[in-house]
Design a protein around this ligand. Structure first.
Ligand SMILES: [Zn+2]
Length: 462
């Protein structure tokens, strides 16, 4: 999995003066584990199994059917991605080599090597910003099924981007029927704290997707063995020669081409996807813009078919549409992006804007602030609240570091001579809160926000 980024084209559209561009991610392949490493792992797991069985911590019942998996990569719930992954490789069913490949769907989304290795698992890579995601613990490997941890490998370097490296970090889980799933290339020291012999539930955290071992970028290598320790392709398809055609290991087998919106974000400048081997990308994420600043809106996709319509909307704070453009995807990639650059003239309202992308029935929305003056004028400085000043369009923008208890926060607005002119119960949430007010233009006021525990005052210029 090597990262290659190409800018396909860059031009000025004839409408809306939005400049756009597109690019993609083309993973290349590495031998996720060498035959010697695989043998070593099998020996380690055998030894662990025997020990666990002797301790009464592990048993298996081959009469049970194999588990039905849930997807083994999820986003950290605290992130704003819509999805965090795409697939670069499946199992290779064509045992000839080199460059003789066939996946379960009779396609070539897999690889082999000149020395006879045929890919034995699924490579699920993280997108967009795999290194950034890894550094910020944003893409997690989770247990695809209930089971017992029968092996853990940790302590290995996790920023590789070529072949011939040492061991990976991994977690190995045995299911009730005796089948085993391998979760490889994890971030160093990110593994579940549970010990070998502990049980895990489907969906439970195992580690952060990383690039340890033979890996050229952050991805999860997911490899599965049945109760007889034979390699399994978990997908059913007419070219999966190893399992019966109606024996998928997935609770809901995902389609071969699985179009996804991975996210839509605003950026201050061009995102830099390749800063070199193992170096975090320069995301240039930005969610608050001053007057005069351009806004770059990036949409990130996985598996988007050629000709698929993509709709991008910019929605003003008053919910009117500022920009509405449907365009067609021009090429198929496992991972791709489109971006549009909007100049400041586009932003004729002050407040919380939305950028929304829609493809078929999927859509994703990103909120960002565009403001005339992000300066903050406080009577009393506050560690928990600030207010954007001057106020525009009769919309107070209160930025809070915390959620306040619902319904108990009081907002009072006073004229400069101390006369109370407005009292209202408001809800303050962490982040930017927009509160409509109806005040005279070009007047100074004092806003007081209070509940049982705090009392904060701000001077504003409407
Ligand atoms: Zn792999």
């Amino acid at each position: 999995m090597k990262k290659r980024y190409f800018l396909i084209f860059l031009f000025n559209t004839l409408f809306f003066s939005a400049q756009d561009g597109q690019g993609f991610y083309q993973p290349s392949n590495s031998v996720c584990i060498s035959p010697a490493q695989r043998q070593k792992i099998q020996q380690e797991l055998d030894a662990n199994r025997q020990l666990l069985k002797s301790q009464g911590k592990l048993s298996e019942n081959k009469m049970l059917s194999h588990p039905l998996f849930i997807w083994p990569v999820t986003k950290n719930p605290n992130t704003k991605y819509n999805n965090v992954w795409s697939i670069s490789n499946h199992v290779d069913h064509n045992l000839a080599y080199p460059n003789k490949v066939q996946d379960w769907n009779c396609g070539t989304r897999t690889y082999d090597t000149a020395d006879g290795y045929n890919h034995q698992g699924i490579d699920i890579f993280t997108w967009p910003f795999g290194w950034y995601m890894m550094d910020n613990n944003q893409a997690q490997a989770v247990a695809a099924a209930d089971g017992i941890i029968i092996g853990k490998d940790n302590g290995n370097f996790d920023r590789n981007c070529n072949f011939g490296n040492g061991d990976w970090n991994a977690v190995y889980i045995q299911h009730a029927d005796g089948s085993v799933a391998w979760y490889g290339h994890l971030k160093n020291n990110s593994l579940t704290s549970k010990a070998i012999g502990s049980s895990v539930a489907a969906g439970e955290y195992l580690g952060i997707v990383g690039s340890s071992g033979n890996s050229t970028g952050p991805h999860l290598h997911f490899e599965v063995y049945n109760s007889n320790n034979q390699l399994v392709d978990t997908y059913t398809g007419s070219c999966n020669t190893w399992t019966s055609s109606n024996d998928s290991w997935w609770a809901n087998q995902k389609p071969y081409v699985d179009p996804k919106i991975n996210g839509i974000f605003t950026h201050s400048d061009t995102a830099v996807f390749d800063n070199g081997c193992g170096v975090q990308e320069t995301t240039n994420f930005k969610d608050s813009f001053n007057t005069g600043e351009k806004v770059m809106v990036y949409m990130y996709f996985a598996d988007l078919p050629v000709g698929k319509n993509i709709n991008l909307k910019l929605i003003r704070p008053d919910n009117t549409i500022a920009y509405n453009n449907t365009f067609s995807n021009s090429a198929f990639y496992y991972a791709s992006y489109w971006y549009f650059t909007f100049q400041s003239s586009q932003f004729n309202q002050y407040g919380k804007w939305k950028a929304m992308v829609t493809v078929d029935s999927q859509s994703d929305t990103h909120e960002f602030m565009y403001g005339a003056n992000m300066g903050v004028a406080n009577i009393k400085s506050s560690k928990i609240l600030s207010v954007l000043n001057p106020v525009k369009n009769n919309q107070l923008q209160i930025i809070s570091k915390n959620d306040f208890a619902n319904g108990t926060t009081k907002m009072e607005i006073f004229s400069m001579d101390g006369k109370l002119i407005l009292t209202r119960q408001i809800k303050i949430k962490s982040g930017v809160n927009i509160i409509d007010v109806n005040l005279q233009k070009e007047q100074l006021y004092i806003v007081k926000i209070s509940d049982e525990s705090i009392s904060e005052s701000f001077k504003i210029n409407n």
